[in-house]
Design a binder for this molecule. Structure first.
Ligand code: NAD
Length: 321
């Protein structure tokens, strides 16, 4: 039986468990053999892919032009991203070199449900209540929330995750959901009661804004100081997509000025330096992240929206409300 050897970068114990189980359950004419590597893919670690036909990488592995050239030289023909976003791969260079790239086309419903949970957490202040009760403080002062039903939620991006998030918020919670997407899915959106508007209109109308678009060179800092200025006073912003969609310094300014009431973020623009590692015994070197963490109205998680046991096996169909 032919064997495909896969260099599996940035591996964690949960990856090893799920991929070994997954491969064991696949019936195929090809044997897949993983070499689990803890380091990230970079110019320094590209040589570890020698003698492998494929590499499997995650959100913070770097597959820029130089790394791709290195992969080509050691014989890699295929890159499998175990994530939906592909902002860390130079697709043009990969095509030039004849390296095939694949990604996970559907992380729904897990990431959509996580996004809805994050919206609830920040507007109903679950994170504050959790800390308070652990210290024996049952006061409700400072925990006043607001209702999704009376709110307008603006979705930026209505692909698989954005649409499902909109469906849950509209059909499940009764929110007024508006959306912006340069490639709208009018049929599905209409079924879920989601109304397409222009980006300027979305920014001006929304009480809560949730990001569900990919990070591309054009989308970097989609949410910048100007766009924050266009938002409602007291807007809530949630980002479960990619960190660099938001200019973090502008976000901090908006929080300090009170323009932004609360933030939920599962991703951060410089996350590759801190996320997926235990830094609890170290002094945090990233002053911007440290400032963000210091806000009591900011809820940060370490890129976990995708992380469920079912993610590899579940298929979800978008149907009517
Ligand atoms: P998708 O490809 O199905 O949909 C993305 C949508 O964004 C498309 O409809 C596209 O037209 C739209 N879009 C592109 N540029 C836009 C812009 N400037 N403004 C508005 N819309 C724009 O992707 P998906 O599966 O829904 O995932 C969305 C993103 O979520 C991924 O790209 C990934 O970065 C992120 N993600 C994060 C996690 C996590 O664990 N935090 C998990 C899965 C996905």
């Amino acid at each position: 039986m032919p064997t495909i050897r896969v260099a599996f970068y940035s591996s964690k114990h949960y990856d090893v468990d799920s991929f070994n189980d997954g491969v064991a359950s696949i019936q195929s004419d090809v044997k897949i053999e993983f070499t689990y590597l803890e380091p990230r893919l970079s110019t320094k670690t590209v040589a570890l892919a020698k003698d492998h036909e494929a590499v499997c990488i995650f959100v913070n592995d770097n597959a820029d032009a130089e790394v791709l050239q290195g992969l080509k030289e050691v014989g890699v023909k295929f890159i499998a991203l175990r994530c939906a976003g592909f902002n860390n791969v130079d697709l043009k260079k990969a095509e030039e070199l004849g390296i095939v790239v694949a990604r996970v086309p559907a992380y729904s419903p897990d990431a959509a449900i996580f996004a809805v949970g994050m919206i609830l957490a920040v507007i109903r202040k679950y994170h504050k209540a959790y800390n308070r009760v652990r210290e024996g403080n049952f006061l409700l002062d400072g925990l006043l929330g607001f209702n999704i039903k009376q709110s307008t939620v603006g979705l930026i991006g209505t692909g698989k995750i954005g649409l499902l998030t909109g469906k849950i918020l509209s059909c499940g919670f009764g929110a007024n959901v508006v959306a912006y997407d340069p490639y709208p899915n009018k049929e599905m959106a209409e079924k879920f009661g989601i109304k397409y508007v222009g980006l300027d209109e979305l920014l001006a109308q929304s009480d809560i804004i949730s990001l569900h678009c990919p990070l591309t060179p054009e989308n970097k800092y989609l949410i910048n100081e100007n766009r924050i200025g266009q938002m409602k006073q007291g807007v809530v912003l949630v980002n479960t997509s990619r960190g660099a969609l938001i200019d973090t310094k502008a976000l901090i300014k908006g929080l300090k000025e009170g323009k932004i009431k609360a933030v939920g973020m599962d991703v951060y623009e410089k996350e590759s330096e801190v996320f997926f590692e235990d830094g609890s015994e170290k002094v945090m070197q990233d002053d911007v992240l440290a400032r963000l963490i210091s806000f009591n109205n900011v809820f940060i998680s370490g890129h976990q929206a995708f992380l469920t046991t079912e993610v590899c096996t579940m298929r979800y169909t978008l149907t009517n409300c």
